[in-house]
Every structure is written in C-alpha cells, then in structure tokens.
Design a protein around this ligand. Structure first.
Ligand SMILES: [Zn+2]
Length: 510
C-alpha cells in the first residue's frame, strides 16, 4: 500500500504543473554568502532568512561549477545560467587583448556615469549572453520592467542584463546611487530625489560592535578596496532602502507583465574580506541581513502581496577561512601575496627569454602574458605559456597550473577542478596561465578571500519562495546555473541563450 502511494506521488510530481506566473520576481544575491551561514546562525534568524528557511524550497547542496568563483562570474551566472566560456565574464577583471588594456567585467568607455561626479560609466556589453530579464522583455515586447541594484556596479548590472530599464550602484566618490548613459540619458526623478536626501550621510559616526564610522564623509566612503561604510552592515541598509524606493517608484509588480527586481547585498563580502568568516563582524552583518531581507519582503507585501511574488536567493561565491583561523583550528592552509606567482613568472621568463615586462595583467589566479613581446622576440606563445606555467608551479603550495593551450585543446585531465576550468575557458578572454592554490591557501593580503573550485568557495544557498513552490529541504546536488532555466520555465519564456542548467521541477507543488 505504502509503495503504491509512493508511486502515485512520484507520478503526480511528474505531471505537476509549473508554478503560476508571478507578478514580480525578486532575485537576491548576498555577496560572499557561504551555505553554512544559514545553519551556523539559524537560531538567530527571526526575520527574512527565517521566513525563507521555513516557507521556502531550500537546496542544501547547490554549487558553482565555474572558475574563478568571484563576484562578476557569480552574478553573471545567477540569471543567465551560463558558464564563463559562453558568457565571456571570465573574472572581475581581465586583460583585453584587442583593447590592449586592463578592463573590468562592466567597464565601458562608451558610457558616462550618471549621478556622480562625471567620468566613465559601466554597462553589460561585455556579457555575451542574455538573462532571464532579457528573455522576459524579448517575449513581451519590452513591457516587463527589469531593475538591478547593488553597492557594486558589476553586481547591479550583470544580473539585470542587456535590456534592463536601469541598473544602480553606489558611488563612493559622491555618496550617490548612480547609473550610466547605457540605460538612459538622465537619472529617473525618483533616483535624484533619493540622492537629494543624502541618505548615506546619516551613517557618519555611527557605531557597530566596537567599530565607529568616521565623521569625515570622504573617510567614511573610502575607496573600493577599503570603505568603512561598505564594510559595515549599513551598506546593506542603504541598498535595502534604495530597493524599496525602486519597488514603489517603478510600480514593480503592478504591470500587466511580470517585472523583475535583482538586488545584491555587498556588505557581507566587504566585511568577510576585512575580518574573516568566523569573526564577530561576519556574524553581525549576517544576522542583520536577516532583518534587511524582512524589510524588503514587507515592502513586497505592500507592493503586490507576497503571494504574487517569486523570491529566489543565493550567494555569488563562498569564502575560505582566514589563514589565522586555519592555524588556530590546526587546519592546513596559509596566505600568499597576489604578486607571488606573478613575480615568479616574470623572473623565470626574464631569465629564459631576456628582460621585459612579461606579465600584462594578473588577477584572481589568472596570468596574462605579453603577446607583443613574444612576437617581437619571435617566440612561440605556447612554449612561453608552458615556461610560465612551470614557474608558477614551482611556487610552494600551488596545486595545479593550466596553460591556455591545455584548456583550448581539452588536454587538461577530467577531474572536477579541470572541468571547472575547461567550461570557464573563453578563447578570447581567458588568461594564458591559470593556477589553483592548495585547499585553504588564500591568495590575498586581506583577512581572507575566495576564487577557487573548492567547497568553501562554491557551496552557496539556493532558496525559492513563492506561489506553487513546495517548502522543504532538497538535498540533491544542483548547480547555481539551474536558477535561470527554472525561472524561465515558471515565466514561460525561453531559457537564456547560454543557460546550461536544468529546471528544478522537484520543488513544484504536486
Ligand atoms: Zn562577491
């Protein structure tokens, strides 16, 4: 009898209809959010995360399958379902061989910044694939409204996609939420009004734990590597306030077609890099994120009713323990400077082929070599790449190196590390040499960082909450790439062009 019932249930789930189309999709990323932040601090969640964990479909074994596990790649994956091989978002930064210069995932010299003090803007033009928001808009003649919001430009721009009505991020030079001429020629009135009230300035001198933000505005804003405001829970408060304003001003969820709001909370990442994953600060920002999320959910409730909204939440990567935390725990690991491998490569190539600036750029386990110099010296690039890889591998605690040729020809071995690198290899943009440190070794001068293919960097929450979604724990392995095709199925639009994921039908209500 029991067996018969189970069969019936299985059959019912096979035939379960997709959840009904919501009026609003709210796609949330918490930057640098390890899966175990859900479990470690569970008893302290009484607000938004508590709601998600009680009422949502919680995937306990969701992973990123790409490399490097950094912000731009995580955010471009989120609503495109693509890997870097196709998306072209191969890192936060890379060396553009055609332009002959360092670029970021969203830098765009053809745009201007709007709302700040002038200068270059940013756009999704470097992302080669489209997103769920783009598919929504292509399907309904652009009627859906799609908005992206974050402290970071890349975290606002990449999930929102190419056809977005706007992407907004926080500008540390002006203390304003800004955008670019890619989207419009002038900021919408509601954004100007929001900035006009100088919302960030109220955090001057504010305290959290034993930290006190500087009274001086410029010091409080700091810069992209060190911002006391962004590396505090107040950064998330600002983003939440701006998201609430966007919901109301853009009338999201109140159109005939489904709208999409993508929000990314960056302060968790800034706090994590500065203090480490077991720090009191990380604990504090995480518990406060629970409260910020509930404020956002209450705003959605007022706007369209939560029964008409589909919420999805994930992280853009995890993070490693800091070297000091590892040492205290008798764990392997340690820290090396970001320049260690670069310097070793430069020295080895200079010794072998003569003096010169051999490295054109080096970011996140990637090394770009000087192809012009190779050409001038009449050298075979594949041979120089091999010499560079050998030099990188000679550095202590480097686990694995890959040359461009190995990844291009599929000569890399088929283990999970190599698979991640292979599916992330974009022929035009990927580096000449990639390397992975041993597990728990971090390549940074910060307290800690992320970027590898190991569990601590790849395991993140994926939670769906909405009409037609069955609450519960789902223990099977999934990829974060599954989010985009799942949303596309619910919204009855095409999966985005580079999507490699599957539809998570196990959470459909039978
Ligand atoms: Zn990130």
């Amino acid at each position: 009898m029991k067996k018969y019932l189970l069969c019936l249930l299985a059959a019912a789930s096979l035939w379960a209809a997709a959840p009904k189309k919501p009026k609003l999709v709210v796609a949330i990323v918490i930057d640098q959010f390890r899966y175990d932040y859900l479990t470690r601090f569970r008893s302290e969640y009484h607000a938004g995360l508590d709601r998600l964990l009680r009422q949502g479909a919680v995937f306990t074994n969701a992973r990123f399958i790409h490399f490097p596990t950094v912000t731009a790649v995580g955010h471009s994956t989120f609503l495109s379902g693509a890997t870097p091989a196709e998306s072209g978002i191969v890192g936060n930064d890379w060396y553009d061989r055609e332009e002959g210069k360092h670029v970021t995932s969203v830098s765009d010299g053809k745009t201007l910044l709007l709302g700040g003090n002038g200068g270059e803007g940013a756009s999704p033009r470097r992302m080669l694939v489209d997103t769920v928001g783009d598919e929504l808009k292509m399907a309904d003649g652009g009627k859906s409204r799609v908005i992206g919001i974050s402290l970071k430009d890349r975290a606002a721009i990449l999930p929102a996609g190419h056809m977005a009505n706007g992407a907004y991020w926080f500008d540390l030079k002006s203390g304003n939420f800004v955008s670019s001429t890619y989207y419009f020629s002038d900021l919408p009135g509601w954004v100007k009004d929001f900035n006009g009230a100088r919302p960030a300035e109220k955090y001057r001198g504010r305290s959290w734990l034993d930290h006190k933000l500087p009274e001086n505005l410029a010091e409080m804003y700091g810069n992209s590597t060190k911002s006391p405001l962004e590396a505090s829970p107040f950064g998330n408060e600002l983003v939440e306030q701006f998201a609430e304003r966007a919901l109301a001003a853009e009338q999201l969820g109140r159109h005939e077609e489904t709208d999409l709001l993508a929000v990314s909370f960056s302060s968790n990442d800034k706090v994590g890099h500065s203090y480490g994953m077991y720090s009191a600060e990380e604990h504090e920002v995480t518990v406060r994120t629970d409260q910020e999320l509930e404020k956002l959910f209450q705003a959605i409730q007022r706007q369209v009713g939560l029964e008409n909204a589909l919420i999805v939440l994930t992280g853009d990567h995890g993070v490693a323990p800091s070297a000091e935390e590892d040492a205290a725990n008798h764990m392997p690991g340690g820290r090396m400077s970001a320049n260690t491998v670069k310097n070793a490569v430069e020295a080895a190539l200079a010794k072998k082929y003569g003096e010169g600036e051999w490295v054109s750029g080096s970011w996140d386990h990637a090394i770009y070599l000087n192809r012009d110099l190779m050409a001038r010296k009449n050298l075979d690039p594949a041979e120089v790449d091999r010499a560079a890889a050998q030099a990188a591998f000679a550095v202590a605690h480097i686990l694995r190196v890959y040359t461009r040729e190995e990844l291009m020809t599929g000569a890399a071995t088929g283990d999970p590390m190599s698979r991640a690198l292979t599916i992330s290899f974009n022929m035009r943009r990927s580096p000449d040499v990639s390397y992975l440190p041993e597990p728990f070794w971090i390549v940074t001068s910060d307290a800690t960082t992320h970027g590898t293919t190991f569990g601590y960097d790849t395991h993140v929450p994926v939670i769906f909450l909405g009409p037609g979604i069955r609450a519960g724990r789902y223990y099977g392995s999934i990829a974060v790439n599954d989010i985009a095709p799942t949303l596309a199925a619910i919204l009855e639009v095409e999966p985005p062009s580079g999507s490699v994921g599957r539809v998570l039908t196990e959470m459909w209500v039978p």
